[in-house]
Each structure stands twice: as C-alpha cells, then as structure tokens.
Design a protein around this ligand. Sequence first.
Ligand code: FAD
Length: 267
Amino acid sequence: MMGLNIVLLFKYVPNTNTVNVDPNTGTLVREGVPSVVNPHDLDAAEFALELREKYGGKITAMIMAPPNATKGIEFLLGMGVDDGVLITDRAYGGADTLATSYVLAAGIKTLEHYDLIITGQETLDSSTAHIGAQLASWLKIPYVYYVTEASLDNGALVVNRQLESCTEKYKVKLPALITVLMHSHPPRPITLENKLRAVIKKPVMMLTNNELKLNIQCTGLRGSPTVVAKTEFVSKIPRKKEIIKDKSPQEAAAWLISKLKDEGFLN
Ligand SMILES: Cc1cc2nc3c(=O)[nH]c(=O)nc-3n(C[C@H](O)[C@H](O)[C@H](O)COP(=O)(O)OP(=O)(O)OC[C@H]3O[C@@H](n4cnc5c(N)ncnc54)[C@H](O)[C@@H]3O)c2cc1C
C-alpha cells in the first residue's frame, strides 16, 4: 500500500464563547460571530497528521459550508494538511445532518481515490455526531466511532475504540470512516512554513452543484426532514452568591455546613 489517502472532514463553527440565540426564532445568531475550526476536529486533524507521518500519503480537508469556511481550510493547511475542498452552493444552505452527509458523500465520490475518512467526534454547535455514521452509510463503507489509535495491518485498519469502561479493538477493511475521540490528540501548532506553502500553492478546490449535479430537492433546507418544532429557553437559576472572607478553613467549612442545613440540603 503506497501511503494513506485521507479525507479529513471538519466544520467551521461559531465561536461558542461569543454566540447568541435569537429569542424569537430560537436559531443561532451567526452574523458578526467569528468562526473557528470545530475544536474536536483539530484532534481529528492531529490524528490524520500522525498517520501520514507513519505511513505516508496525503490529507485532504473537506467541508460543506459557506465560502468563509476557506479560512478554516487555511488553518488546517497551516497545521500541515496537503490540500482542501470547499463544497459550497446556495442550494445546500439550511441543511440538516441527512442533507449535509448526502452532499459530503457526493463530494468524496469526486475524489480520485480515498482510503480513510476521518472526522471529529461531534461539533460544538449542533453536536449530533450523526455525520460520520450517515456518511459511511451513503458510501457503504465500515465505520468506527471514538477511535484513539489506528495502525495498518495487511491493507486493513486496526483501531482502538475507547468506551467509558473499556477499550475495543476492531479490524476494518479500507476504505473506512473513523471518528476520533474528543480531547485524545491535542493539535500541533500551525507553522509559518506550512502557511507560506499554502499561500504559494493555493491548494483549495471549490465544488458547487454545477459539478456535483445533485437533485436540489435532496439538498439544503428542502432535503432536510428535521424540523425544529420549538426552542425553549431555560430561565437562569438565581444564585445566592456569598463570599467567605476572613475565616480559617475550619470556620469556613462549619459556616458552609450550617448554611446548607439552613437551606434544607443537609439534615
Ligand atoms: C432543520 C435544521 C436546519 C439547520 N439549518 C442550518 C443552517 O441554516 N445553517 C447551519 O450552519 N446549520 C444548520 N443546521 C445544523 C446542521 O444540520 C448541522 O450543523 C450539520 O448537519 C452537521 O451536524 P452536526 O453539527 O451535528 O455534526 P456532527 O454530526 O456532530 O459532526 C461530526 C463530525 O462530522 C464532520 N462534519 C460535520 N459537519 C460537517 C460539514 N458541514 N462539512 C464537513 N464535515 C462536517 C466534522 O468532522 C464533525 O466533527 C440545521 C439543522 C437542522 C436540524
């Protein structure tokens, strides 16, 4: 096997430290909100880079998103991925996970060859963790979630999947899809050398529906069976903050216990 051709999927998400929700529509207010590469996808990027270092090959970052997500591809190029594909078209806007994975599958089918698709565990802004399984179903390839390690064995991939209380080991035929366990692979920093290479080579390809030629009844809002029926806001719980000052640890603990008793939390 001559190296691994890896497709790294990522999402460009609103920075949730600054995002707000429109109280009338219940949707995210994205305007004016800076976006970042979904942090869990950076673990996936690091995982992909380590595999390329071990086995050689190539990493293509791919996203379905509005054009500003090119900045996300540039970030990943700075980390060291080889090239990027931006899938963008007005007909893909407002997509739920089904319509998103449908378009991503079509984008992947345009690639000459791929061995492994790597995604993050989930996103910060929707967190369904649907995309991996749905995409693998469209492509009819095996998939494993929560992967922490992977190695090649006679052209197949052996992976460790981390569950709450145990680790499972699987051997899957390639091509396959894996999602990388969040926080398992802290990302390397971007480098000037990688950024300069990206500026010179401009390795970002754009695909629209002119190329993918999908039935637009199956994409975007029209192709999305998910309907958000209602968004409820949970009112803020009033806090009775009190700051303990000028007390020894013993006195502070005794004071806290008496307060908890007063409030009925302790007998
Ligand atoms: C009715 C409805 C309407 C919506 N309208 C909009 C809208 O107008 N605008 C909007 O931005 N979102 C919209 N969404 C959210 C959108 O469906 C999801 O953001 C998207 O389908 C991905 O799901 P997720 O974020 O839960 O990804 P997950 O399944 O949690 O993601 C798992 C992994 O898949 C990969 N991945 C996820 N999304 C992408 C992507 N787009 N490209 C490449 N890789 C990806 C990443 O590696 C990620 O870590 C809508 C959702 C619903 C239900």
